[in-house]
Design a protein around this ligand. Structure first.
Ligand SMILES: Cc1cc2nc3c(=O)[nH]c(=O)nc-3n(C[C@H](O)[C@H](O)[C@H](O)COP(=O)(O)OP(=O)(O)OC[C@H]3O[C@@H](n4cnc5c(N)ncnc54)[C@H](O)[C@@H]3O)c2cc1C
Ligand SMILES: *[C@@H]1O[C@H](CO)[C@@H](O)[C@H](O)[C@H]1NC(C)=O
Ligand SMILES: *[C@@H]1O[C@H](CO)[C@@H](O)[C@H](O)[C@H]1NC(C)=O
Ligand SMILES: *[C@@H]1O[C@H](CO)[C@@H](O)[C@H](O)[C@H]1NC(C)=O
Length: 532
């Protein structure tokens, strides 16, 4: 009996070991290298000149330089067998083809800002396809459009547009270091969204490498796939090489302000009032709000002159007591820097510096989408929680404006009737001497806040925005095991509402073997019976 027990334990240890071994083994399969080097490239260069194996002296720095969430810089994070920093589209095609034929998973990384690090970590043997070198921006001012490659950051894109025209801009997120590869794939919301919608709403064409290594554009990929990649979340349908975008008009002068109010100055009252005021405001204005242990903050972009703004605020939000000296008239690109969250003292050139990331910290984010004002008590609860917690910020990102007039099925992003998003963010620098434990403490505190908010937020389901990625909502199984219904209940219907089913059907058509797979990738749905 005893022997048998030992035997069972030993054999299951071996079995586990076999399963785990490939992930920890740092050797890249020879066949994979052969496959890569067998390909001929138009430029006659070898793809091997952009393949960094674990033995390469630059491997670690290339890997770490785009790990934007310090939680995943730890030695506990599984490392890729290799990083391929593609220089040309055919490198991407070859990387996809050879990874697939060798049973390796691929993780696509553009800016590396995924909140859960899904672009550079995996539990199974994998390679990172890093698009940092695909960074051309080709602007056609006459046509008011541009082709932008996936490795470009939001800051670089905005800077390039402003270099070409003082009256054009683009509605993307407010943090300049975010990569457009992941950002547009999930939607992309920022200070121009109420006027012009999401970044993805302004994508008019795209180039994508599909699971068979083919390059497709809008025409050749077909309407369904083109729909899916504009908001269905990164890493599920293929590798986006470049987006063609529609530029939007901005006036030569816009007005921006930042204000803070302590608890004694009525921070909680103001936040509570803000949620009634903001949704009714003209789409030319976006007031982002924030709460931390010091009080409330308000950061705003107004697409117009200061007099008009002051008049509007006097009328609609006198409680904020906005004064002319709080406001600055500037051009749009200056407002991008002003509202970036970067510390002061920089010129707009910093927008082009992708290595600059003052927000690089251990991050954990959870969010809620709000459809109508929540009670005063909820704000008191958030304030009470904040005062006892270090390193937390709660942001209130307005939706609304033109977004309300777009149908829920127009793109995979369904949250068109949402008034605002609450983002509960923890960002701590030190992981402490006791290793994992301080991270656990902060993550635990954040989850407590999320629980505390349960009675106040819509819960049917408790919806979320895919770019605010949160693995607490649930994950696909490690080895590609996924069921549609589990994914739907866990996170699918929260991120995509009724669009999840269409996304899964499209996934089943374009990637039936589920090669483009990650912890929250869209599972393929072939048979509608799976739905049960
Ligand atoms: C500090 C900070 C501020 C942010 N601010 C905003 C904001 O204001 N508004 C907003 O909407 N969001 C914001 N976000 C969220 C951001 O939009 C997402 O994290 C986005 O997915 C990041 O894109 P990336 O290319 O930098 O990330 P990555 O980590 O490179 O990619 C994210 C996901 O997309 C996949 N992916 C990346 N590139 C491609 C590609 N070319 N083709 C297919 N799949 C791809 C990855 O595999 C991964 O699953 C912010 C995030 C951070 C960390
Ligand atoms: C690549 O090599 C082929 C054959 O040697 C040659 O004809 C071609 O001009 C080369 N192309 C480039 C871009 O150098
Ligand atoms: C590291 O990899 C790069 C890209 O493939 C290559 O150019 C370089 O020679 C390698 N360096 C070492 C020390 O292996
Ligand atoms: C917040 O704290 C105040 C002061 O301690 C208390 O009166 C109030 O009940 C608390 N509210 C919530 C919702 O926690």
């Amino acid at each position: 009996m005893m022997m048998k027990g030992v035997f069972i334990i030993l054999s299951s240890v071996c079995y586990l070991f076999l399963l785990i071994l490939p992930a920890n083994s740092s050797l890249i399969p020879e066949n994979f290298i052969h496959c890569l080097s067998d390909h001929q490239f138009p430029s006659n260069t070898s793809i091997l000149s952009v393949v960094y194996a674990t033995t390469n002296t630059s491997y670690q720095s290339i890997l770490d330089s785009s790990v934007q969430n310090l939680r995943f810089l730890s030695s506990a994070t599984p490392r890729p067998l290799a990083i391929i920093t593609a220089l040309e589209y055919s490198h991407v095609q070859t990387a996809v083809t050879c990874s697939k034929s060798n049973g390796l998973q691929i993780r696509i990384r553009s800016g590396g800002h995924d909140f859960e690090g899904l672009s550079y970590r995996s539990q199974v043997p994998f390679v990172i396809l890093d698009l940092r070198n695909l960074k051309s921006v080709t602007i056609d001012i006459e046509d008011e459009s541009a082709w932008v490659e996936s490795g470009v950051t939001i800051g670089e894109l905005c800077y390039a547009i402003a270099e070409k025209s003082p009256v054009h801009g683009f509605p993307a997120g407010s943090y300049p270091g975010v990569g457009i590869g992941g950002h547009f794939s999930g939607g992309g919301i920022g200070y121009l969204a109420r006027k012009y919608g999401l970044a993805a709403d302004n994508v008019i064409d795209a180039l994508i490498v599909d699971v068979n290594g083919r390059i497709l554009d809008k025409e050749s990929m077909g309407g369904d796939l083109f729909w899916a990649i504009r908001g269905g979340g990164g890493g599920s349908f293929g590798v986006v090489l470049a987006w063609r975008i529609k530029l939007v008009k901005v006036p030569e002068v816009v007005t921006a302000f930042k204000l803070s109010r302590t608890s004694e100055q009525g921070a909680v009252d103001l936040l509570h009032k803000w949620q009634y005021v903001q949704p009714k405001l003209n789409e030319k204005i976006t007031i982002m709000a924030a709460l931390n242990k010091l009080g409330a903050g308000f950061s705003s972009l107004f697409i117009g002159r200061v007099e008009e703004l002051l008049e509007m605020m006097e009328e609609e939000f006198p409680e904020l007591q906005l004064r002319k000296e709080d406001c600055t008239e500037m051009n749009w690109i200056e407002s991008v820097l002003f509202l970036s969250g970067y510390p002061g003292g920089h010129t707009i050139e910093i927008l082009k510096n992708r290595a600059y990331n003052p927000f690089r910290a251990h991050l954990k984010l959870k969010t809620n989408l709000i459809h109508q004002p929540i009670p005063y008590e909820a704000f008191q609860g958030m304030r009470n929680w904040s005062t006892g917690v270090d390193f937390s910020s709660i942001y209130f990102q307005p939706y609304g404006g033109i977004m309300e007039r777009i149908s829920e099925s127009e793109t995979p992003f369904p949250h068109r009737k949402v008034q605002y998003e609450i983002l509960y963010l923890m960002g701590w620098m030190e992981d402490g001497k006791d290793g994992k434990s301080s991270s656990e403490k902060y993550i635990h505190q954040l989850r407590e806040l999320y629980e505390l908010m349960t009675p106040y937020v819509p819960n049917n389901p408790r919806s979320a925005y895919v770019n605010s990625r949160d693995l607490d909502l649930g994950t696909n199984g490690v080895f590609g095991t996924t069921t549609y219904s589990k994914a739907k209940n866990d996170w699918g219907s929260r991120y995509f509402k009724n669009n999840f089913r269409k996304l899964a059907i499209i996934k089943g058509k374009v990637d039936p073997t589920n090669f483009f797979y990650h912890e929250q990738s869209i599972p393929p749905l072939f048979d509608t019976h799976d739905e049960l």
